[in-house]
Design a protein around this ligand. Structure first.
Ligand SMILES: CSCC[C@H](NC=O)C(=O)O
Ligand SMILES: [Zn+2]
Ligand SMILES: [Zn+2]
Length: 421
């Protein structure tokens, strides 16, 4: 098959508008199902929540009793500010000089979903038959936390029947010429701090205003943020290894027809923060810091979590996937990537959140990996793109990974140790 046929399938998928908050999931489902049909692979649509289909494709292995391989990708993408893009985000425009394909989802993560399918197409054409069963899941709602997607999937009978041994899911682009892989991720804590205080004339200096109370918190939070960021700037820690805190909204003031009343000090003020907590951090100490320094009751402050993911799995251990000799899937991934003439960097903590955490929380190993080297990190950014040659190279890499994973004959002892979980 020529490259343009392969690329046009990628472009077709990118052209389906699956942007939150109103993704066109059925069109995506139809497209994925048609791809499965063209590969003669059985697929089913699981609709745990109406309007949110999950497509499950199965490539039956010669020994279906062995734990299976799950290749996961999400079908939704984040919204775009269309007018700020050089090419419309659902045009999938291919720049003829650079070979860059511009689209929302080109990196995050429609590339990976279709690369899995293209790799299987090549493996099938070459006559390869998997020993282990390989599943592909195309899931909804990752961008909004996956509660109606992967979270329901992992709790289902269908999932239990799959006997999954290893999950591959999304990673990040790499500006360098090696790929990146992720064995854990930070937990999102979305915090709102609220201050109340005495209202009064805008001309009066007095203590305990809501604004002053909130600003003291913001100052304290910024000192903490700077200290964490300094560790990154000094090269001592990676982004995924520190606690990040970013202010994402500010809300206060007395509205007026022309904006805000300028001579009134409001009695309430609040600010929102996106906090990300690494798996090795001490959540109790951060909670104390929030209660004692960032929103102390003594300063008329309260706080509320809009969203708070536990740092630990259901066994109380940090939900990370082993990347040492105890996890054969890590060694096999490295091996398969080298076989494909590519390189993999040191395993990292994913700075944001993905569907992988739902698998890891249940004790399943999950590795975040998106084969995009020499590529600027543009997920959720304007002008998200992926170069066509990187995309095509990624297909070869998955061909190698799937072949290596699906051929692996697991030692029975490893099966036993997995069962203990
Ligand atoms: C709380 S679920 C949010 C999930 C989202 N994932 C990708 O960007 C994130 O903000 O990391
Ligand atoms: Zn993603
Ligand atoms: Zn995303």
């Amino acid at each position: 098959e020529d490259a343009s046929t392969i690329l046009s399938r990628f472009q077709q998928y990118l052209q389906i508008n699956t942007a939150q908050p109103h993704p066109n999931y059925y069109e995506a489902a139809q497209f994925i199902t048609s791809q499965a049909n063209s590969l003669s692979l059985p697929s089913q649509t699981l609709e745990f929540v109406e309007g949110k289909p999950l497509i499950l494709i199965k490539w039956q292995g010669k020994d279906p009793t062995l734990p299976s391989i799950l290749l996961n990708s999400h079908t939704d993408v984040v919204p775009s500010e269309h007018h700020k893009w050089t090419h419309p985000p659902f045009s999938a425009h291919l720049d003829s000089t650079t070979g860059n394909i511009f689209a929302r989802g080109s990196q995050d993560m429609k590339c990976v979903g279709l690369q899995y399918l293209e790799a299987i197409r090549k493996l099938k054409d070459s006559g390869f038959r998997p020993l282990r069963t390989v599943y592909l899941s195309f899931v909804p709602d990752e961008e909004i936390g996956g509660a109606d997607g992967v979270a329901k999937f992992v709790d289902s009978d269908a999932f239990a029947d799959m006997n999954v041994g290893i999950v591959l899911d999304e990673g990040l682009a790499s500006p360098a010429d090696h790929y990146r892989a992720f064995y854990g991720e930070r937990s999102p804590w979305w915090l709102v701090v609220k201050a109340v205080g005495a209202p009064g004339h805008g001309s009066k200096l007095y203590d305990n205003t809501a604004m002053e109370n909130l600003l003291k918190s913001i100052e304290s939070i910024r000192r903490f943020r700077a200290a964490q960021f300094d560790l990154v700037k000094a090269g001592l820690k990676a982004q995924g290894e520190v606690i990040s805190v970013n202010m994402v909204f500010l809300k206060a003031g007395t509205p007026s027809p022309s904006g805000f009343v300028m001579n009134m000090q409001p009695s309430e003020a609040q600010a929102g923060f996106d906090i990300r907590v690494p798996p090795n951090a001490d959540p109790a100490s951060l909670e104390r810091r929030i209660a004692d320094e960032w929103a102390p009751a003594s300063r008329n402050m309260t706080f509320e979590f809009k969203h708070k993911v536990s740092v630990n799995d259901k066994f109380g251990r940090p939900a990370v996937t082993a990347v040492d000799s105890s996890n054969i899937w890590w060694a096999l991934l490295e091996e398969a990537i080298i076989k494909a003439n590519a390189r993999l960097g040191k395993p990292e903590i994913f700075p944001a959140s993905t569907d992988s955490r739902h698998f890891r929380e249940r004790g399943l190993p999950a590795i975040g990996f998106s084969p995009m080297a020499n590529t600027p990190i543009l997920l959720h950014d304007h002008n998200e793109f992926l170069n066509k040659d990187e995309y095509l190279k990624g297909i070869d890499v998955y061909e190698s990974i799937i072949k290596t994973y699906a051929s692996y004959i697991q030692h029975p002892r490893d099966d036993a140790s997995r069962e203990e979980l």
